[in-house]
Design a protein around this ligand. Sequence first.
Ligand SMILES: Nc1ncnc2c1ncn2[C@@H]1O[C@H](COP(=O)(O)OP(=O)(O)OP(=O)(O)O)[C@@H](O)[C@H]1O
Ligand SMILES: [Mg+2]
Length: 215
Amino acid sequence: MIITVASFKGGVGKTTTAIHLAAFLQGQAETLLIDADPNRSALGWASRGELPFQVMDEWSEAIPDGNVVIDTQARPTPEDLSALAETCDLLVLPTTPDVLALDALVLTVEHLKAISTQHYRILITAIPPRPSKAGQEVKELLEEAKLPVFNQGIRRFAAFQKAALKGLPVYAIKDSRAEAGWQDYENVGNEILDIMEARALTIKAQEVPEIRDFF
Ligand SMILES: Nc1ncnc2c1ncn2[C@@H]1O[C@H](COP(=O)(O)OP(=O)(O)OP(=O)(O)O)[C@@H](O)[C@H]1O
Ligand SMILES: [Mg+2]
């Protein structure tokens, strides 16, 4: 499967998300992360330490049958976004629970509506700890607006910054919240697998109309 991570605003956790979804998917099948951001943040991450999957800066012959995760640059043009959405199985749109990020997200979704794709999910990232209710409030807001949002959000933990610095996935970091951070991404990864499974079943049902008609 091909997962693309994109956003209209910078610094919302795209690279962190791409790295950890690739780490999760690598546990299922051979996975490749393509760093399509000219800043090469994912390649930088990989070069500082060790990741359990390959990171490349472009498509190559070596693309596995398994999974591809694409990390992109912030602020794609609407045309870029349409192309991204149409060439992947799922577009993941991280957003932080703050007003500026949400404004940028609304803009993104307007463009997605224009190309009428339902192949995307919003991921709320860097959720501040209690007593802040920002994460829950933003989730409810998005759900009320009937936008597809991952049930699991990603909490704000310093362990993610340490992971980027050390060039490792968060689970390999010595930090009391490292495990909790990894669990958040594991849950999102499992939601993605469920989405794909549900979609495969729908497609199968559409492929056999004669059987459906029979019953
Ligand atoms: N869940 C989190 N908890 C704490 N810090 C986080 C979390 N996710 C990301 N960060 C930090 O926020 C900053 C931005 O994250 P990241 O680089 O993943 O965002 P980005 O959307 O890829 O940014 P850019 O638009 O510059 O490519 C980094 O310092 C990163 O370590
Ligand atoms: Mg990035």
